[in-house]
Design a protein around this ligand. Structure first.
Ligand code: XMP
Length: 325
C-alpha cells in the first residue's frame, strides 16, 4: 500500500543500487521538487551527493538566499553555487519563442552541471566519478512533456523534454511517479521544514517563461519587483495556502496608453494569474478578494516603473496552461 515510508524505503534502495559507490549531483532550484529529490538522494547516498544551485538570473527576489540558508540548514548537504547570470542572458538574447526559450534554458542548465561536475572531480580527483544527475521530475511533468506515455506534448518542462540529446549524465528521478501533494508528504517525512515543503510551485525556467517577449536584464528586474509585491500582498492577506500558485507575467511585447501624474504613459501590462489546483494538470482561476487585487494593482503601478496596467487572468486550465509559456 502507498505510504510515504514505503516510497522512501523503496526509492532509497533503488538509488543505492543505481549509484553504487559513484557520485551524483543534484540541481537545486529553490522549489519543493528539487529539494525533496535532493533530500531523498542524500538519505540514500549521503556525501556522495553534491547539490548545485545555478543562479541563472531568472530567479525571484530572495530565492538564492533562501536556498543557501534554509535548505543547507535543514539538510547539511554539500552545496555549490554557480553564478551563471551572464551565460543565460547571452544565450536567451533575441529569443521570444516559448519552446525555444525552454530548450535554451534546459541546455544551459546541463552545460553548467557538466562544468560543475568537472570542478567537483578536480577538487577531489581520487574519488569516484560523478555520473548521475538528480532531477525532481514529477508525474505530471512526464505526462505533459509526452514522456513515453504517448500523450501529446504540451510543453517541454525543462527537466524532461528540454534536456539535450548528448547528455553525459545518467538521470536519477525518484519523484517520477508522484504528484505534488505526495512529494510534499515525502518531504515532510524526510524532515524538511514547512518553508520548503509548503512552498508554492515555481517553474525551473523561472521568470524566463514569464516574460512574453525577449528576456533582458531590465525586464527581469521589473518583473522581479512586480512579483515580489504580489507575493507580499498575498502572504499578508493570508492567502498562500488557498491558492496553488500565482504566476506574475510581464507582457513585454505589449504596450498600452495610460496616464500617471500629469503625463501620458506608454507602458507594459502585468498579468496576475492566481490559480487553484490539486495537481497542476487542471486548474481554475482563484476568486481572490477584490481588495487584495486592488492593493496589488495599486502598488505595482505605483512602484514598478514602465508598468501602467495590471490585468487578471480569468482562464481555467484547460484551455489555458498555468504558465503563459
Ligand atoms: P503549466 O503551465 O504546464 O504548468 O500548466 C503546470 C505546473 O508546472 C509548472 N511548470 C514547470 N515546472 N519546470 C518545472 O519545474 C518547467 O519547465 C515547468 N513549466 C511549468 C507550473 O509552474 C505549474 O505549477
Amino acid at each position: 500500500s502507498w505510504t510515504t515510508g514505503n516510497v522512501i524505503d523503496e526509492q532509497v534502495a533503488a538509488i543505492q543500487a543505481q549509484v553504487g559507490t559513484k557520485r551524483a549531483i543534484c540541481g537545486l532550484s529553490g522549489g519543493v521538487d528539487s529539494a525533496v529529490a535532493a533530500a531523498l538522494v542524500q538519505k540514500a547516498i549521503g556525501s556522495q551527493l553534491t547539490c548545485v544551485y545555478v543562479d541563472h538570473g531568472l530567479m525571484r527576489k530572495g530565492e538564492t538566499e533562501q536556498v543557501e540558508k534554509d535548505f543547507v540548514a535543514a539538510t547539511g548537504v554539500q552545496l555549490k553555487v554557480v553564478d551563471a547570470q551572464e551565460r543565460f542572458l547571452a544565450a536567451l538574447a533575441g529569443v521570444s519563442d516559448p519552446e525555444e526559450k525552454r530548450k535554451i534554458i534546459g541546455r544551459e542548465f546541463i552545460r553548467v552541471f557538466e562544468q560543475a561536475q568537472a570542478e567537483i572531480v578536480a577538487e577531489a580527483p581520487g574519488d569516484q566519478p560523478v555520473e548521475f544527475l538528480v532531477q525532481g521530475t514529477l508525474y505530471p511533468d512526464v505526462v505533459e512533456s509526452g514522456g513515453g506515455t504517448g500523450t501529446a506534448n504540451i510543453k517541454s518542462h525543462h527537466n524532461v523534454g528540454g534536456l539535450p540529446e548528448d547528455l553525459e549524465f545518467q538521470l536519477i528521478e525518484p519523484l517520477r511517479k508522484l504528484f505534488k501533494d505526495e512529494v510534499r508528504m515525502v518531504g515532510q517525512e524526510l524532515g524538511l521544514p514547512d518553508e520548503i515543503v509548503q512552498r508554492q510551485p515555481f517553474p525551473g525556467p523561472g521568470l524566463g517563461i514569464r516574460i512574453v517577449g525577449e528576456v533582458t536584464r531590465d525586464r527581469l528586474d521589473l518583473l522581479r519587483e512586480a512579483d515580489a509585491i504580489a507575493r507580499e500582498e498575498l502572504t499578508a492577506a493570508g492567502l498562500d495556502r488557498d491558492i496553488w500558485q500565482c504566476p506574475v507575467v510581464l507582457l513585454a511585447d505589449v504596450r498600452s496608453v495610460g496616464v500617471q501624474g500629469d503625463g501620458r504613459t506608454y507602458g507594459h501590462p502585468i498579468v496576475l494569474r492566481p490559480v487553484s489546483s490539486e495537481d497542476a494538470m487542471t486548474a481554475d482561476w482563484s476568486r481572490l478578494p477584490y481588495e487584495v487585487l486592488a492593493r496589488i494593482s495599486t502598488r505595482i503601478t505605483n512602484e514598478v516603473a514602465d508598468v501602467n496596467r495590471v490585468v487578471l487572468d480569468v482562464t481555467s486550465k484547460p484551455p489555458g496552461t498555468i504558465e503563459w509559456e
